[in-house]
Write a protein that binds this ligand. Sequence first.
Ligand code: AP5
Length: 214
Amino acid sequence: MLLEKYSGGGELNIILMGAPGAGKGTHAKDISELYKIPHISTGDILREEVKKQSELGKLAKSYMDSGKLVPDDVIIGMIEKRLSEDDCKNGYILDGFPRTIEQAKKLDEIAKIDAVIYLVCDDDILIKRLTGRRMTKDGRIYNIYFDPPPEGVEVFKRDDDNEETIKERLKVFYETFGPLIEYYRKRGILHEIRGDEERSVVFANIKKILDNIK
Ligand code: AP5
């Protein structure tokens, strides 16, 4: 029913927000498939640049490996370019952006955001999810504890999914998310849901929100 509702057009610009491991990438992929809008993950774009060893990738790597935020001007330039591409005409789902007030303000200059969904999760679950996460080269996300990869599927662990970097990523998140949440709460477009329920339950709650905003 939702597919029928959205496949005919209409813009749907969504932000998925949450701590590292809250499930942003997992659910963004499902939303992208259902609503036929691109999933734009600043983390994924940066990891591609690191792999290509581009100038941007070289610059970003040291920040990413230590769990720190890549500077705003770099991220903003990157996202402006991505949002101007043709496939963003009917909307998009942003994962990992914005992460600072400066990024949020810049986004307001170039887009009208319909909903911000904040996935709330307890730290012990976040840590277990991140240490257990495994990825495939084409971006599928598995977890050795909750959703093991099928036998024979080749997986790898992200460079920043080690305990030391996870600790720093969580610290950075807790230092920065408060003002951002308030920014969107004041605008009346913030939706907080639990991200630590079963995957199908979390996704059903996301669908309910998106169904109501159009
Ligand atoms: P980024 O790639 O954005 O990483 P992150 O925010 O740390 O988030 P993750 O990708 O680790 O977690 P997720 O919420 O997507 O969880 P997932 O769905 O995979 O950023 C990486 C780095 O890039 C940053 O540290 C920074 O340096 C830089 N960067 C990126 N954007 C930036 C920006 N805007 N500004 C500055 N710097 C930026 O799920 C995790 C695991 O849990 C998976 O194994 C999954 O299978 C499992 N799982 C998920 N949901 C469930 C569920 N409901 N039940 C059971 N298991 C589940």
